[in-house]
Design a protein around this ligand. Sequence first.
Ligand SMILES: Nc1ncnc2c1ncn2[C@@H]1O[C@H](COP(=O)(O)OP(=O)(O)O)[C@@H](O)[C@H]1O
Ligand SMILES: [Mg+2]
Length: 299
Amino acid sequence: MRVGILSFRPLDKPISYEEGRLRTAVRELGYKPKVLRAANCELYFDKAGLTLYYLGKKFPSLDVVIPRVSILNNVDLQSSVVRQLELVGMPVLNKYDAIVRAKNKLKTLQILSHYGIPIPKTVVIGSRDDLKSAIDRVGGAPVILKYPFGSLGSGVVIAESYRAALSTLDLLWSSAVTQIMLVQEYVKESKGKDTRVFVVGGKVVASMQRSAKKGEFRSNAALGGSGKSIEISDEYKDIAIKSAELLGLEMAGVDIITTNNGPAVLEVNCNPGFEELEEATRVDVAKAIVERAVELPVA
Ligand SMILES: Nc1ncnc2c1ncn2[C@@H]1O[C@H](COP(=O)(O)OP(=O)(O)O)[C@@H](O)[C@H]1O
Ligand SMILES: [Mg+2]
């Protein structure tokens, strides 16, 4: 079997830790890895149908592709490459529809809320006039402002007061293409901790508790957060598995925060990193992903 690992990193950058680990796992499982660069893909359309080219030739025939859609500034283009792979008949992990849902925190929360998954109280606003009532609705300041397309903690802000929230909103929107913001209840009692649950093929593969570094409320590793291995309860497992399933993700990193009323899902990552997770838990996450990928039915 030939397993493609599609990297979305710029051509002048080496492949990521995760991409390297996936390549190793493919080899260790006795399959043939092929690392490809999305930047070398060309989407071609004409009236006879569409074609995918790679470095000027037809995209290689592979049994499955694991796309690592990571960069955020061009989700549309990136996800279209994944869609084109599906349309030319290649199984992918994860699929286009699921990626589009998960890359957008608004879409994610809408689906999770509809199906009864616990989430923090959240209001979506598109006008500064609605900020005051939104903050009141989620329980007052301090409050979390979240950009729908953020990642690695970079689109998440805490505002201690309405005044701080309003001026932050104005600043964030002054350079934004679309004026949209999630206003979310601040889960103070979590004290900068949350749980990352890694789901592959409807099963929990590994999980860790993440703690923000001192002076920070966001637990992301990119912001200095640290992870440690933990055993999670069946309730947390069920929530993570159900969240991944509702979004249609074969692979998902589900962020769950613990509130005074129990667990609440913050977001579901469709292309979660797993360097910290493998380090903290010693679980071979890459192997679990590849094992699932090769099981996927031909599209
Ligand atoms: N409502 C909240 N209350 C408290 N902390 C939060 C809340 N939302 C996010 N955080 C913290 O910020 C981190 C990043 O938020 P998240 O929604 O996962 O966005 P990102 O995609 O940037 O990781 C979380 O892991 C958590 O530590
Ligand atoms: Mg997160």
